[in-house]
Design a protein around this ligand. Structure first.
Ligand SMILES: [Cu+2]
Length: 135
C-alpha cells in the first residue's frame, strides 16, 4: 500500500499540466494599477480552467477581458474563469485577457521578479514568477 501510494505520488508529480509561459508584468508605481500577461499552454488531453490568481504585490487581483463599449471605446470587465481547451494555447496579452493588479502594495521596477499563484480547476495551485518589463 505504501509502495502504491508513493508510486501514485511519483506519477502525479510527472503528469503534464497546463504550462504558464512568458509571464510578464508592466512596471508601475506603488498605489497604481498594472497588468500581468502570459500564455497558458494546455499540453494535456483534458480541458482545464484558470479561475483565480493571487499576489502579495497588489491589494486586489482580478481576471479581466478587454471589451468594446457601446460608444466604441475600449473597456475591461472582470471574468470568473477562463477555459483552456485540451491541446491549445490561451494568450493573455495587451488588448485581450489580462490579470489586473489593482492598488499595488509596492513599486514594480523593470527587471525585478514578482511572484503569483495561479489556481486551475484541474491542475490545482501553481506558483509563477513574472518578470517586470515594458512589453
Ligand atoms: Cu483590467
Amino acid at each position: 500500500m505504501v509502495l502504491f501510494l508513493s508510486l501514485l505520488a511519483l506519477l502525479n508529480s510527472f503528469s503534464p499540466k497546463v504550462k504558464i509561459e512568458n509571464a510578464w508584468v508592466r512596471p508601475a508605481a506603488r498605489g497604481m494599477n498594472s497588468a500581468l500577461y502570459f500564455n497558458l499552454d494546455n499540453v494535456t488531453t483534458k480541458a482545464d480552467a484558470l479561475y483565480k490568481v493571487t499576489s502579495k504585490s497588489a491589494e486586489v487581483v482580478q481576471l479581466h477581458s478587454t471589451v468594446k463599449n457601446n460608444d466604441g471605446t475600449m473597456g475591461m470587465k472582470e471574468i470568473k474563469q477562463i477555459a483552456i481547451p485540451a491541446k491549445s494555447v490561451v494568450k493573455f496579452e495587451p488588448g485581450g485577457y489580462h490579470v489586473m493588479l489593482i492598488n499595488l502594495k509596492r513599486s514594480l521596477r523593470p527587471h525585478s521578479k514578482i511572484e503569483f499563484t495561479f489556481y486551475f480547476k484541474s491542475a490545482g495551485k501553481v506558483k509563477v514568477k513574472a518578470i517586470v518589463k515594458k512589453e
